[in-house]
Structures are given as structure tokens and as C-alpha cells.
Design a protein around this ligand. Structure first.
Ligand SMILES: Nc1ncnc2c1ncn2[C@@H]1O[C@H](COP(=O)(O)OP(=O)(O)O)[C@@H](O)[C@H]1O
Ligand SMILES: [Mg+2]
Length: 429
């Protein structure tokens, strides 16, 4: 949270004093704390070691600092009047961990286990090797291409869709709560439902714990504001607004005030400003970030469909409706199958194929194959409709090919193997 991100030296020292010392054992000798990563005011996150499995993990400790304090290793309520509230928060924390654990999704952090120790609760999470989106945004040397931004959004939307299907809200989507793993794939962390419970317990903590300026929608700022899936989508839109424009959107309360005063929206839409992105893609983000919930995109699935529709419009599959081209393709497939049936060797290849042999093979190929290879190697812009379709067919079919001989693999790189592989059988040994 903001407190950790802006922490100065004094604050850091204070955070450490609240955190368990490095080397502390948890759950007997099962886990050892390596060091604290952050103190968000509601929980303390540590890098730790799972001693039984001998691997690094992240452990999150339930530590709502308004209600509790550290005494030795233990976490105790600051005053007995908080006892019930504190217990409710711990239960909420555990319930939340169970809910996250049920949602197995490659873009949602994995929860391995939860346990109680030191009079509080802990959840053990997969350690994501990588960095968060905020770090990427702030690092001037790092740029993410529009295609990658779109891929990341699609993956996060898929994860958020699952969260919503489980009747949960994330409640704290922001650039620092989306990690990019070492393959560049996004992972959603830090669900805020338990924090929400803490804020319900006392108005004093609500502003600190559950609102993140720039990302939280206006309904998060007032007690009783109705939260819905579109609230998460606002925060997700705001996160990608920041990623694309390099600037965090204005606080939604300010936007709301200007809106109420019939003044211009201080949040400048993305559409029309970034020509390197598809117009529809940018418009979806602007729509998700509407001030009034009813004007926003209502579900992650709807957002995904809008992005996918855009994708279809840019890559029309005109072959399907074009009889002439369809016939051409059928002819090419038949011609290729004929060729394979008549000329494919039936013995497995045991020797590397020399240049002379390659030349002989080339001489045996039908003339259009040569033409195809020449044109496809000259760049996409010169591809004909037939070749584009053939290449697409190849990509779609490629996954189904399980066993190819060395020779057929070699051919695949030069001409579209997929066109004939349905008739091609692996030679018996
Ligand atoms: N599973 C994880 N793998 C790697 N780093 C993590 C993981 N969970 C949290 N972190 C790091 O710790 C920071 C704080 O964790 P987070 O769960 O967001 O708590 P909070 O924001 O409440 O302090 C994150 O921004 C991230 O840098
Ligand atoms: Mg966080």
C-alpha cells in the first residue's frame, strides 16, 4: 500500500520494529522468516523459507496495526475492547486465503496453506520471481509494447473474471498488486477483502486501508458505497491507464466532485492520444473508468469480448466467405496430400540429410511450393490471402502434431507441413 511504497528511513525502521525479526521460526520449524517485504497497515508480507520443501515462499501475516501490537513474537490486541473485532478480521483473513486457494488460475497467486501462530493468522504464497507493474512503469529504461500490454490485460481480465465468478471482489487492483513473473506473465496478488472487513470494524481505518488514490473508484470513498465487479474494473482500467499514459489517473473523488459541479472531467481519455494502440482497446479502458458505475463495462467477460471483437475486425477471415479462395485452398491441400502420398519416404531417417539430398528433394517439390517459400520469406505485406490462410491453418494444426520424424520437421520449416500431415503417418520403426 501507499504507506510502504512511500516509506522513508524512519517509517522503514518503524515497519521493521513491527515485523518479526529475520530468522524467526513459524509453525514449529516448518517456516523461517528471511526478511520483511512490506507492511501494508493491515498485514506484513515476508520473504520466507519453507524448510520442509526447501523452497522460498512469501508469507503474509495478518497484522491490522490499528487493533494490534507486537509483544515478543505474539500479536496482541491493543485494548480488550478490540478483541471481537480482531477475531473477526483474523477469520476474514483465513476465509479470504481459502477463497484465493480455491481459484486455481495461472494469473492469480497460489496460496499453499494457512495457519494460526503467534495469536494471529498467516497465509503462505507462491514466490513470484519478477517485479510489479508499478516498478515497470517507474523504470524509464523499460518499455512494454502495445501488443504485450494487450496480452497482459487479457490475462488479468481472465483472472478477474474468475474472481467475480466466485462472487468475490479483489478490491485493491493497482499497479503494485500485479506482479510480472520472469516470463512476463501477470499475477494478481493482495486481495483486499479482509482489509475491507477491517475498515467496516472502524471508520478510522477505512481511508488508510481500503482506498488507493488514482485507482479506487469513487464508491470506495464513502461508507455504504455499493461495490460491484465494475469497481474492480475501474481499478483495472486505472492501472492500465497509468501503464499506457505513464501518468496515474486523477483521484476519483476529485473526478466525482467535478462531475457533480458539471465541470469537465479532469481525467483525459486515452482514446485518440496513443495511435500505437487499437482505438477500440483504448476505448474499453476509458469505458471501464467511467465515474458512474452504470456507465462502465459491467463484467470482465464483457471487456474480454470487446477486445476480442476488435481483434477479429483487424484480422478478418475473409477466406471463409470467398468461394474462389476457398477452392484454391482445397486444391492446394489436395495437391499437397497427393504429393506426400506419392513421394514421402516410408523409412525413418537415420542419417542427417546432406545438401545434395536437399537439392534433390527441392527438385521433386511441386512448383507452387517454391513460389510459396519465396513469397513468404519476403515479408508479411507481400503474402497473398491464400498464404496467410495456409499459415494460419499451419499454426492451428501445429499443436496436434505429436510425433514428427526429423525429416518431416525439416520440411515443416520450408513449406506448410500442416497441409498434408493429416494424411502423413509416422513411419513404423
Ligand atoms: N507472492 C509474492 N511473490 C513475490 N513478491 C510478493 C508476493 N506477494 C507480495 N509480494 C511483494 O510484497 C509487496 C507487498 O505485498 P502485498 O501482498 O501487496 O501487501 P501490501 O500491499 O498490503 O503491503 C508486493 O508489492 C510485492 O512487491
Ligand atoms: Mg499490495
Amino acid at each position: 500500500m501507499a504507506t510502504a511504497m512511500n516509506a522513508g528511513v524512519d517509517e522503514e525502521a518503524e515497519e521493521r520494529s513491527e515485523a518479526l525479526p529475520d530468522g524467526t521460526s513459524l509453525l514449529g520449524d516448518q517456516f523461517t522468516i528471511d526478511r520483511p517485504l512490506s507492511n501494508g497497515g493491515f498485514g506484513i508480507t515476508y520473504l520466507a523459507k519453507d524448510n520442509f520443501l526447501d523452497r522460498d515462499v512469501v508469507i503474509k501475516e495478518c497484522y491490522p496495526e490499528v487493533f494490534c501490537q507486537r509483544v515478543g513474537q505474539n500479536v496482541l490486541v491493543r485494548s480488550s475492547q478490540y478483541q471481537d473485532k480482531y477475531r473477526t478480521i483474523i477469520e476474514m483473513f483465513m476465509r479470504e486465503a481459502r477463497s484465493i486457494a480455491k481459484m486455481r488460475h495461472p494469473n492469480i497467486v497460489g496460496v499453499h496453506r494457512i495457519f494460526e501462530d503467534n495469536h494471529t493468522a498467516y497465509m503462505v504464497l507462491d514466490l513470484i520471481q519478477g517485479r510489479d507493474l508499478l516498478g515497470v512503469i517507474n523504470d524509464e529504461r523499460e518499455t512494454i509494447s502495445p501488443e504485450r500490454v494487450k496480452e497482459i490485460l487479457i490475462k488479468v481480465l481472465d483472472a478477474v473474471d474468475l474472481v467475480h465468478q466466485n462472487d468475490l471482489l479483489h478490491r485493491d487492483i493497482s499497479p503494485d498488486n500485479i506482479l510480472l513473473d520472469k516470463w512476463g506473465s501477470p499475477v494478481l496478488i493482495d486481495f483486499g477483502a479482509a482489509r475491507e472487513e477491517a475498515s467496516r470494524q472502524t471508520r478510522a481505518v477505512s481511508a488508510v486501508l481500503i482506498v488507493k488514490d488514482g485507482y479506487s473508484p469513487q464508491e470506495f470513498y464513502f461508507a455504504g458505497g455499493k461495490q460491484s465487479p465494475s469497481s474492480d474494473l475501474y481499478a483495472l482500467g486505472a492501472t492500465f491507464y497509468h501503464l499506457i499514459s505513464g501518468v496515474a489517473p486523477p483521484n476519483s473523488q476529485t473526478r466525482m466532485a467535478e462531475f457533480a459541479g458539471k465541470n469537465p472531467d479532469p481525467c483525459e481519455p486515452l482514446a485518440g492520444r496513443f495511435p500505437e494502440y487499437d482505438a477500440v482497446f483504448l476505448e474499453t479502458i476509458d469505458r471501464a473508468m467511467q465515474i458512474l458505475p452504470r456507465e462502465r463495462i459491467q463484467s470482465a467477460n464483457e471487456w474480454l469480448n470487446l477486445i476480442n471483437e476488435e481483434g477479429k475486425r483487424v484480422k478478418p477471415l475473409r477466406m471463409r466467405t470467398n468461394d474462389d479462395l476457398g477452392k484454391t485452398l482445397t486444391r492446394l491441400v489436395t495437391e499437397t496430400n497427393e504429393y506426400v502420398l506419392n513421394s514421402q519416404p516410408r523409412e525413418p531417417v537415420t542419417q542427417p540429410v546432406g545438401l545434395a539430398q536437399k537439392a534433390t528433394e527441392a527438385a521433386q517439390l511441386p512448383s507452387w511450393v517454391d513460389e510459396f517459400n519465396r513469397e513468404t520469406s519476403e515479408g508479411d505485406e507481400q503474402k497473398t490471402e491464400v498464404e496467410r490462410l495456409a499459415a494460419m491453418a499451419q499454426a492451428a494444426e501445429a499443436e496436434k502434431v505429436d510425433m514428427l520424424t526429423e525429416q518431416s520437421k525439416r520440411k515443416k520449416s520450408r513449406w506448410p507441413l500442416s497441409l498434408f500431415k493429416s494424411r502423413y503417418k509416422k513411419p513404423s520403426p
